[in-house]
Design a protein around this ligand. Structure first.
Ligand code: TYD
Ligand code: MG
Length: 455
């Protein structure tokens, strides 16, 4: 048998190196490399990806039928997965400790067990703690199989015995497999464990959900190395100080990743928030400069949020550009557009921008609102509370249309906004009653519409 090949993998960014070194060449973290077997693992040699012996078939002979999905019984969860679990898939659910991963999955597992056999394997809590939680949440306890186990091979035996349709592994960091001699939680163990369960899911046609904690840098431990082997990866975010939890797809082999699921953590577990459009929007009683509302489009739903910015004289040479919940690089780019096309220089100013409520977006519809908030703070000018702003900013200073303009304006009108500044191509033919929309094509024009009226 060939000698297993080894590599040195960074525990933070997942980069592979052929030699050990003190500092990771990719992310520059120190002491994060550990040795990992990357050679062919014994079982994977004889077993094909889809679980049988490798064979060649004509593509037309393979059934393209979509298998029916398994509903999670929570429609917000289903939405993020693209309509439920795909049989035989491995799903990674990541999040900070305390985000509510175990709670959410216990709810899902007990409910799904009412219809199909399900197994919940906990390596972190005792079975007693699990039962206490289930009872407190008043979940049906009669159908779910549970086991406290951390040995991967024993779990595989349990799965062979019970043939469940759903298996939850809580968490991948505490599991260990005999095929690696590293400690549980190390990159090597996490990687081998995830690879093992992903294969097993295919072979046994079982949905295997792996729970993974994120590190303080926000990476899933053994991060990128996990994401490429797993079928579907979702993140449960818990904004600081908020009872709301958002579930977002990071990777999905079977559907889109742009859907956002929203839950509220209550004393009775995770509750679905099926109409979340305005939950993150709580404006201050007295309006102040540096704040503007925008409407994002997350998957198939609108989300109203407040953008705040603070512009302050920079101390020292390098002005700061910090964006929370938004892309910092995009903000920097737009500040350059502001300078070049509108003649407004902020090169001696620190600029901070924040999407309030702990929401995160990569959506370009927030571009215009973030610059409006920045200018509102810089000029110390209050923007009206009933104003909503959205639109993408292009590098030539143009305002570009974004998807679902009509729906965004309609949603804003429903929540009491009366004035909108939006890309011209997004202005609906028929405006909602009581709504004025300024359709703009350039950043200059947009700033005029926002700041000239109440001079
Ligand atoms: P948990 O599911 O244990 O988080 P994770 O598995 O992601 O680490 O949830 C932990 C937090 O949720 C804990 O701080 C208490 C809170 N919680 C509630 O507020 N209500 C509840 O009904 C439950 C079960 C937990
Ligand atoms: Mg947990």
């Amino acid at each position: 048998m060939a000698k297993p090949k080894t590599a040195y993998v960074c525990g933070d960014c997942g980069a592979e190196h052929s030699k050990w070194q003190g500092q990771c060449g990719e992310c520059s973290e120190w002491n994060t490399l550990s040795r990992v077997n990357i050679g062919p693992i014994k079982e994977s040699r004889s077993v094909g990806y889809a679980g049988g012996l490798a064979e060649v078939r004509r593509l037309s002979d393979v059934s393209p039928e979509e298998r029916p999905r398994l509903a999670t019984t929570l429609s917000e969860f289903d939405r993020v997965l693209g309509g439920g679990f795909v049989p035989g898939s491995a799903v990674l659910i990541g999040g900070d400790p305390g985000a509510g991963k175990s709670t959410l999955l216990l709810q899902v597992a007990t409910q799904m067990a009412q219809r199909e056999p399900a197994l919940y394997v906990t390596g972190e809590e005792s079975l007693h703690q699990l039962a206490l939680r289930a009872r407190r949440l008043e979940l049906p306890m009669d159908a779910l199989d549970v086991a406290a186990e951390t040995r991967v091979e024993s779990i595989a035996d349990l799965i062979a015995q019970k043939s469940p349709k759903l298996v939850v592994i809580d968490s991948v960091q505490v599991m260990h497999t005999a095929s690696s001699d590293s400690v549980p939680g190390s990159v090597s163990q996490v990687r081998e464990t995830a690879a093992f369960f992903t294969r097993l899911a295919k072979q046994t046609d079982t949905v295997i959900v792996l729970v993974g904690h994120v590190t303080k840098e926000g990476n899933l431990a053994g991060p990128k190395v996990l994401e490429h082997m797993i079928d579907c990866s979702v993140m449960l975010d818990a904004p600081a100080g908020s009872r709301y939890r958002t579930l977002r797809g990071v990777k999905n082999r079977f559907g889109a990743v742009n859907e956002l699921g929203v839950f509220a953590m209550s004393d009775r577990g995770m509750r679905e928030v099926s109409n979340p459009s305005a939950i993150f929007l709580q404006r201050a009683e007295t309006p102040s400069p540096g704040s503007v509302a925008t409407v994002l489009w997350e998957g198939t739903r609108p989300l109203l949020v407040e953008l705040q910015a603070l512009v302050d004289a920079a101390q020292g040479g390098h002005p700061k550009r910090v964006a929370v919940g938004l892309d910092s690089q995009r903000l920097g780019m737009h500040l350059a557009v502001l300078h070049r096309h509108c003649g407004i220089a902020l090169s001696d100013q620190d600029v901070f921008a924040n999407l309030v409520g702990g929401v995160r977006t990569g959506e370009t519809g927030a571009d215009l609102a973030s610059l409006m908030a920045v200018l509102s703070s810089f000029r110390n000018r209050i923007l009206p509370q009933n104003l909503i702003v959205f639109g993408e900013i292009g590098l030539t200073g143009e305002i570009r249309p974004v998807p679902q303009g009509n729906e965004r304006i309609a949603e804003a009108a429903k929540h009491g906004f009366r004035v909108a500044i939006a890309p011209k191509a997004n202005v609906p033919k028929k405006l909602p009653v009581g709504m004025t929309v300024h359709g703009v094509t350039t950043l200059d024009g947009a700033l005029d519409a926002a700041f000239s009226s109440n001079d």
